[in-house]
Design a protein around this ligand. Structure first.
Ligand SMILES: [Fe+2]
Length: 332
């Protein structure tokens, strides 16, 4: 375990060999000093997920105000917020839980750069969350698999078989969740390897919103997805956090996947998530992700559409120009 003392009273304690650090000596909020924000951002980019204990003072407004120090908050494209603004409710009473490895909102091109999750009510046991480092998952691949991944693109969607994921959920709850979650059906093509816009690292961009890998049969697609996911989910490549009420976790959503363990039976588990707007991914060949459908990412009920703070419209125009130039089949 490494302990680094930063320039302020902030401490950064590494938790795992490849991912995770706990940050101490910080009271999160909209009034945090710029040096502390810079230290958090540096630790976040290095360790991919950072944890803070004892942030019980935060409410929805403080949570959002802190998020604004990392970028532009963005609401979920389809699920209404818990506060009418940006705070998404992660609630154990929903029909579907996050017990699948995923990166948040990858069914749109410019999915969030950061997610900030605050624990409100924590069950007496279980309900931990795991994160995996998708940059080290890539660098630890043998060279032939890295070369293979570099050339692949995959289609992500918010429409999948909820009943297959959660066979013991109440059918009515599942149907209701699905109706809201997929009120707009998105299809987005991403490179399987993303070049990180801030660190330059290559990361594997997969997770449970992936439907298939372009140009492959369903069976080959599933085989390759399982192969790459196994490297992402390997225990050495992950960190696990046992929540207490008042904890905050922030992850670099461009370099991680996460998994909410569904093992606290019927106990209440309530968290709030605010996401920070991201930009359109670019593969090793320089080709950006592209939205297949609908024609544009609609604005949520509050705030900007995903990617609007980072000029995603320009990147999509470039993607269209690039596919036209390479005489690729016309997109829908
Ligand atoms: Fe998530």
């Amino acid at each position: 375990m490494t302990t680094l003392t930063a320039t302020t009273a902030t401490t950064v304690t590494q938790l795992g060999g490849r991912i995770g650090a706990e940050i101490g000596g910080v009271r999160l909020g909209g009034d945090l000093a710029p040096e502390a924000v810079a230290e958090i951002r540096t630790a976040l980019l290095a360790h991919k997920v950072v944890f803070f204990r004892g942030q019980d003072h935060l409410d929805e407004a403080g949570h959002e105000a802190f998020a604004q120090l990392l970028g532009t908050p963005v609401a979920h494209p389809t699920v209404p917020s818990a506060d009418g603004r940006y705070a998404l409710g992660i609630d154990s009473h929903h029909g579907a839980r996050a017990n699948q490895w995923h990166t948040d909102v990858t069914f749109v091109p410019a999915y969030p750069a950061f997610s900030i999750l605050r624990a409100v009510t924590i069950p007496p046991y279980g309900g931990n969350t795991l994160w995996a480092n998708t940059a080290t998952a890539y660098t630890h691949l043998p060279e032939p698999l890295r070369a293979l991944a570099d050339g692949l693109r995959a289609v992500h969607s918010n429409e999948y078989d909820y009943a297959a994921l959660k066979p013991d959920a109440l059918p009515e709850a599942l149907a209701q969740y699905r109706e809201v979650f997929t009120s707009t059906k998105f299809l987005t093509e991403h490179p399987v390897v993303r070049v990180h816009p801030e660190t330059g690292e290559r990361t594997l961009l997969l997770g449970n919103f992936v439907q298939r890998i372009n140009g492959l049969t369903g069976r080959d697609s599933r085989t390759l997805l399982d192969l790459f996911q196994a490297h992402i989910e390997s225990p050495e490549n992950t960190v696990r956090w046992q929540w207490r009420a008042g904890d905050v976790a922030i992850w670099d959503n461009r370099a991680t996947q996460h998994y909410g363990v569904d093992d606290s039976d019927d106990h209440e588990r309530t968290l709030r998530r605010v996401t920070v707007d991201g930009d359109v991914p670019v593969g090793p060949d320089g080709l950006p992700s592209r939205l297949i459908s609908p024609e544009a990412v609609p604005a949520p009920s509050f705030g900007i559409p995903s990617g609007a703070s980072n000029g995603s419209a320009d990147a999509e125009a470039e993607a269209d120009a690039a596919s036209a130039a390479s005489a690729a089949p016309a997109s829908a």
